[in-house]
Design a protein around this ligand. Structure first.
Ligand code: UD1
Ligand code: CA
Length: 468
């Protein structure tokens, strides 16, 4: 069988009323990402020659959410059903020999292995159309697969159009098809919307093709949960949980310890090294890379970041779009904002906020500090309560510290500012001018001690009381 090329078509134009949301169903996040993005990823793993997504309701939002995918887009102006949606892409797909994989956009848990098998079966069987099905205990709401006495697929009937007997059928249409486009499109052009919703149903293509003497196949998938569409908020929650569970098991297989996997959410795109230990309440979002032998303590949120081997992120820290190297310590209660780079063996402690700042190897900012737009050399010690004053109300300015600088506690570094290698800044200073290397900068008023002041004050107070 000449396998021909594979094209992918994702249906993403429908509103999804059962979500009761202003937002189109397909943009609701599953495991932190619009559900339709997972569908496109699963299909992209098959390396199709072409990928087209049909958009309609909130088309601009869907397009921009999928801007990073390789898909092109076709507009379905009015949402007149799944058959009508597929037809909108006819010109883009063409009718060259090959296979067309058609997917509903609401199947975030779908695995690429399942799609690969379906395409292979379709090609082997020389069918005009092959549908992926599943058996459900409760099939309410789904299209039912009706088979003849010999078990061959005859028709798909939507729940709302089905008779009582037909509703007893537990095999459902998952909304995933592989078709021969040259055979499918002519049939779709002749569909009639004579059903309860007055829509053009792709499912009606089944008996139309059979009428023309074409072959229609069905592959029943054993893992029903994987191929269930998300239609309600309950199903949305379940789909997220399923993706997180799958990722947890995968990481455990690779030697990661998850203390209470049910309360840890790790993005399916993230990678974690072996012997890393992750505590409950940790959320990892995006394609993060966490190295081996790290410890991530309770309540941390790590987003689009890289954490080197042997690093510890202590309780309730937030790490956003940052890079932390090896053997570093962050937190508890630290906030690394986008663009932070912590080199090897650095320490960022309690209530320290870092933004667009590089902290050189071995440098420490252990307590109550804000470092923004700064470059800090190796081996620096940033005292408690240090603040880079990087914003003058209009512009952001940089702060630059050489190697081995010591900043005393409660210091304001007013940017733009350069402090040379090995320099010291005395505690309590407000530093407004550059400090040469090796110098001591003191930027505070001199201390004065007034002897006997307390006693004199209390006498004064007593006298005042007697008078009144
Ligand atoms: C559809 C199937 C049903 C199947 C179920 C599986 C049809 C007629 N019914 O029903 O047999 O059991 O999926 O979940 O195909 N869409 C468009 N344009 C439209 C209408 C829908 O792009 O005009 C898209 C939606 O965005 C969605 C997908 O098609 O991604 C399915 O639409 P949905 O309304 O969820 O179909 P169901 O009624 O669930
Ligand atoms: Ca659906």
């Amino acid at each position: 069988m000449p396998s021909g090329r594979l094209s992918v078509l994702v249906l993403a134009a429908g509103k999804g009323t059962r979500m009761r949301s202003k937002t189109i169903k397909l943009l609701h996040p599953v495991a932190g990402r619009p559900m339709v993005a997972w569908v496109l990823d699963a299909a992209a793993a098959l390396k199709p020659a072409k990928s087209v997504t049909v958009v309609g309701y909130q088309a601009d939002r869907v397009r921009s959410a999928l801007a990073h995918s390789r898909s092109s887009f076709v507009l379905q102006k009015e949402q007149r059903g799944t058959g009508h949606a597929v037809l909108q892409a006819a010109r883009h797909i063409g009718s060259k020999p090959g296979s067309l994989l058609i997917l509903n956009g609401d199947l975030p848990s779908l695995r690429s292995a399942t799609l690969r098998k379906l395409v292979a079966t379709h090609r082997r069987s020389r069918s005009a159309l092959t549908v992926l099905t599943a058996e459900l205990r409760d099939a309410t709401g789904y299209g039912r697969i009706l088979r003849d006495g010999k078990g061959r697929v005859e028709r798909i009937v939507e729940h709302r159009d089905a008779s009582r007997d037909e509703r007893r059928v537990r095999e459902i249409n998952t909304g995933v098809f592989v078709a021969n486009p040259a055979k499918l499109f002519p049939v779709l052009r002749r569909l009639r919307p004579d059903n309860d919703q007055g829509e053009y149903y792709i499912t009606d293509a089944v008996h139309e093709l059979l009428d023309r003497g074409e072959r229609v196949g069905a592959v029943c998938h054993s893992d029903a949960e994987e191929v269930l569409g998300v239609n309600t908020r309950q199903e949305l929650a379940r789909a997220s949980q399923m993706l997180f569970d799958r990722q947890a098991e995968h990481l455990q297989d690779r030697g990661v310890t998850l203390l209470d996997a049910a309360r840890i959410w790790i993005d399916p795109r993230a990678k974690v090294g072996r012997d890393t230990v992750i505590y409950p309440g940790v959320i990892v979002e995006g394609a993060c890379r966490i190295g081996a032998e790290c410890v991530i303590r309770p309540g941390c949120r790590i987003v689009d970041s890289t954490i080197g081997a042997g690093t510890e992120i202590k309780d309730f820290s937030v790490v956003l779009e940052s890079r932390v190297a090896r053997n570093a310590a962050v937190g508890p209660f630290a906030h690394l904002r986008p663009g932070s780079i912590l080199d090897d063996s650095t320490k960022v402690g309690n209530f320290v906020e870092v933004k667009k700042t590089r902290l050189g190897r071995g440098s420490k900012a252990s307590h109550l500090t804000y470092l923004g737009d700064a470059t800090i050399g190796e081996g620096c010690n940033i005292g408690a309560g240090t603040i880079t004053c990087n914003y003058d109300g209009a512009n952001k300015s940089p702060t630059d510290l050489g190697k081995g600088v010591f900043i005393g506690s409660n210091t304001q570094l007013v940017a733009p500012l350069k402090i040379g290698a090995g320099a010291y800044v005395a505690a309590g200073s407000t530093v407004t001018r550059d400090v040469p290397k090796g110098a001591l900068a003191i930027g505070r008023s001199r201390q004065k001690n007034i002897e006997g002041w307390v006693a004199r004050q209390s006498k004064k107070r007593k006298r005042a009381k007697k008078k009144s």
